[in-house]
Design a protein around this ligand. Structure first.
Ligand code: HH2
Length: 347
């Protein structure tokens, strides 16, 4: 848990290392509680000096924040990447819109996904660029019955509700959800922070700018890494101030939310620079536009292979939760990746 937040004007960016070989050393630490990844040096970035020389001179608390085991998530240890399967029950989601509407279709898809996914993320409002807001009652009607049906079908997998609205989150928690995934990081609905604090549930704080409707017009940053960082810093501070326990916070850089391809790539490259918060990281890049922009894969369904590549990059950077549409393909890739890395505690 963060005993303290990182210094607001610096980023400690550990160099993730894997496939452990060579003798153990006193400066070798697990990366963000990972059983597969380690680090022994970190860059110290400041606003004035974008990238300093790697430094082994970290204070014990800094080393601890980067290294320590993250709190379990609904009984799941976060010592390896966990797959979060996306189940959108919307007519208009950019990738799976209209495919899982109807309780039976949603339960069938969930059953299929939990062969490989360890968390299910249920969403009733598309947040793709340009999407318009869904009224609360309609969003509840789309999501709560599905969650109830999943629980009635005996599915015990942790469920997150992908919503910006407190009343939708509350109905979902009543129906059996366990986690709140708020792409607005508690900014959209003034009641959301209090709800999450009162329920004591984990919450994903994602970076985004403006609203989905207008966010691509705001894809302008002096430095996207610092902007995302400052925003998450501010949102973590607000969440703690609202009484949310630090062990319930999960960070997400918000790939594709008010960002260009260059911004997305920079964040993916620098993902390990978020571990100094001492919190779990979620990466949601599945089938997103930048994959199409880089490869020419015009439709989301054509972006599966690229999505798996990004998921592996997330794993290699120590991301704890990978939010994906293609659970089976991601699981196969991740299994091979994990087998090759080995287990640092057994090395
Ligand atoms: N991306 C989307 C939705 N929710 N939540 C988190 N934490 N991180 C993300 O990157 C993220 C998210 C957008 O993807 P998708 O759900 O597939 O599409 P849509 O918003 O059109 O339903």
């Amino acid at each position: 848990m963060p005993e303290r937040l990182p210094h607001p004007d610096q980023i400690l960016s550990p160099l993730p290392r894997s496939a452990l070989t060579g003798p153990a050393s006193a400066t070798r630490h697990a990366l963000a509680g990972s059983r597969h990844l380690w680090w022994d040096s970190a860059d110290r970035l400041s606003r004035r000096a974008p990238r300093a020389a790697p430094s082994a001179q970290l204070a014990p608390a800094e080393t601890a924040a980067i290294s320590r085991s993250r709190a379990d998530l609904c009984g799941l240890t976060l010592d390896r990447p966990r797959i979060m399967g996306i189940l959108n029950v919307t007519p208009d989601s950019f990738s799976d819109g209209g495919r899982h509407n109807g309780l039976d279709a949603a339960v069938d898809r969930a059953r299929e996904m939990i062969r490989d996914a360890e968390i299910l993320d249920i969403g009733g409002e598309s947040t793709r660029p340009g999407a318009t807001e869904v009224p609360v009652a309609e969003e509840i009607e789309r999501t709560a019955p599905v969650i109830r049906a999943l629980r009635e079908a005996g599915i015990t997998t942790p469920i997150s509700i992908d919503t910006r609205k407190a009343r939708v989150a509350e109905a979902a928690l009543e129906a059996g959800a366990d986690i709140v995934n708020d792409v607005s990081a508690l900014r959209f609905d003034p009641d959301m922070a209090a709800l999450v604090a009162a329920r004591g549930v984990p919450v994903v704080l994602m970076h985004s700018v403006a609203s989905p409707e207008t966010m691509q017009k705001h894809a302008v940053y002096d430095d996207v890494l610092w902007s995302v960082r400052d925003h998450l810093y501010e949102r973590v501070t607000a969440a703690l101030g609202a009484g949310i326990r630090p062990e319930n916070l999960i960070l997400d850089p918000g790939i594709g939310f008010g960002k260009t391809t260059a911004h997305d790539l920079r964040l993916l490259r620098e993902l390990a620079g978020f571990h100094d918060f001492g919190l779990p990281l979620l990466l949601g890049a599945s089938r997103k536009k930048f994959i199409g922009a880089l490869t020419g894969a015009a439709t989301p369904a054509e972006r599966v292979t690229g999505s798996v590549a990004v998921a592996l990059q997330g794993a290699a950077m120590g991301a704890h939760i990978l939010r994906v549409h293609d659970t089976r393909e991601t699981r196969q890739a991740l299994s091979i990746w994990q087998a090759i890395q080995g287990n640092i505690s057994e090395a």
